[in-house]
Design a binder for this molecule. Structure first.
Ligand code: UGA
Length: 440
């Protein structure tokens, strides 16, 4: 099928490339001409495993093209996905300006039936608003003549992919959610996803949008729940790793997303939880549970800093080595990375910060002024008074701690992701502090 994707950010680009991979002809649109130029050269603006190779392959095969023109995309394709950003406003609401602009531009350029699909994470009822915006902005000749008006449908098809494993997640979804108001829209979306083997949940637009809110909020809740358990573990001498293992075997609970740490970050959970709290409030419901989820998440960062202050004692003039700054491994994304708050706090107390991240250094530099970025683990930890693990990149598993011990000034490790083996490090003579490991 001929499909366009408006917005070539994380979700848009992955959707475009993967839809090309399953046999469709795709036009990716972005209003940033520089980004489009780079994409045409096969350069992707993000680090995402597998994405670049597939993008180059389908661009070469002419299954994937790039443009800045919504007009071109609208007129050459039958299905248009909207995957533009929905940033947070000051009050926590999602800012839907980009979604409205795109809907309007699609409308004025419509030349035949179109299915317009929201892919961006949006508040419930946005689909209905997109529908209305398109109807109000159709070319005048279609508006004045009801008989000759142009037909279109709006649908919601939320995305559940994770950064760092986006291509894999897209190709192997747990489910595909289709929010539609017509049989034609349902049939078209079923046809698009036919090559993927996954259960398809068909519902109306509002419920599809709600499924996305509810899913992200539930996952954030799971993380905050285990982080709260970790707090108690530290106080009563229990080990959260064992607790999560013991809980996780229960199929009703599951082990995924029970990793305690320094809190969730990224471009999704913090923003989506805020937006859902705000949406619920406006609808007349005080979602106290989600407010607690958000508070616990903030508390994790503060309590990690307090632990460092407690064990390192004076922070001023200490040199702290940091492994990993991206909000999670396998991505260079720094948006809402917990590392930012933690590092800024330590800097404000007078610490010198050295840091290393396998992919995120370029994106981290503007977010972390004053940090000395190093080229590898050893240059980062040498002469440090303590080591902080903030992102659990696989390559850190291979670190030779015997050598690390020789170059550090004080052998203290704060493991913000419970990633290293506590017993091994303690046997080597390190003081090890994880999250919820029962030792305060
Ligand atoms: C999240 C969802 O997992 C996706 O399903 C969704 O499509 C996406 O948001 C979105 O709405 O676009 P993502 O933000 O890429 O995906 O990353 P996750 O793997 O979910 O991790 C989010 C944060 O939670 C990270 O900071 C991670 O370190 C943290 N986390 C995750 C934990 O602290 N503990 C865990 O057990 C799991």
């Amino acid at each position: 099928m001929n499909i366009s994707i408006v917005g070539s950010g994380y979700v848009g680009l992955v959707t475009g490339v993967c839809l090309a991979h399953i046999g469709h002809r795709i036009i990716c649109v972005d209003n940033d001409p520089e980004k489009i130029k780079r994409l045409k050269r096969g350069e992707i603006p993000i680090f995402e495993p597998e994405l670049e190779g597939l993008l180059k392959r389908y661009f070469k095969l002419k299954k994937l093209s790039f443009t800045v023109s919504i007009k071109e995309a609208t007129q050459k394709t039958d299905v248009i996905f909207i995957a533009v950003g929905t940033p947070s406003k000051k009050n926590g609401d999602a800012d839907l300006t980009f979604v409205e602009n795109v809907a309007r531009e699609i409308a004025v350029n419509m030349n035949s039936y179109k299915l317009v699909v929201e892919k961006s994470t949006v508040p419930t009822a946005t689909g209905m608003r997109v529908q209305r915006t398109i109807a109000l902005n159709l070319p005048k000749k279609f508006q004045s003549n009801k008989k000759k008006t142009i037909a279109f449908d709006v649908a919601s098809n939320p995305e559940f992919l994770r950064e760092g494993s986006a291509v894999h997640d897209f190709m192997n979804p747990d489910r595909i959610v289709i929010g539609v108001e017509s049989k034609k829209a349902e049939d078209l979306l079923r046809e698009i996803y036919k090559p993927l083997k996954a259960p398809i949940v068909v519902t109306n637009i509002n419920s599809a949008e709600m499924i996305k809110h509810a899913s992200n909020s539930f996952l954030a809740t799971k993380i905050s729940f285990i982080n709260a358990i970790a707090q108690v573990c530290d106080r009563v001498g229990a080990d959260v790793l064992k607790v999560a293992e013991g809980m996780g075997f229960d199929k009703r609970i599951g082990r995924n997303f029970l990793d305690a740490g320094i809190g969730y970050g990224g471009s999704c959970f913090p923003k989506d939880v805020d937006a859902f709290i705000s949406l619920s409030e406006r609808s007349g419901y005080d979602f106290a549970l989600l407010k607690a989820v958000r508070n616990i998440n903030e508390h994790q960062k503060r309590s990690f800093v307090r632990l460092i202050e407690d064990k390192l004692w004076i922070i001023k003039n200490k040199t702290i080595g940091i492994l990993g700054v991206a909000f999670k491994p396998n991505t260079d994304d720094m948006r809402n990375a917990p590392s930012i708050d933690i590092i800024q706090h330590l800097q404000s107390e007078g610490a010198t910060i050295k840091a290393y991240d396998p992919q995120a250094v370029e994106k981290a530099k503007p977010c972390l002024p004053g940090v000395q970025f190093c080229k590898d683990v050893f240059s980062t930890v040498s002469d440090c008074d303590c080591l902080l693990l903030l992102t659990q990149w696989d390559e850190f598993k291979k670190v030779d701690f015997k050598k690390v011990k020789q170059v550090m000034r004080q052998t203290i490790i704060f493991d913000g992701r419970n990633f290293f083996e506590k017993e091994k490090l303690e046997a080597l003579g390190f003081e090890y502090f994880g999250i919820g490991r029962g030792k305060l």
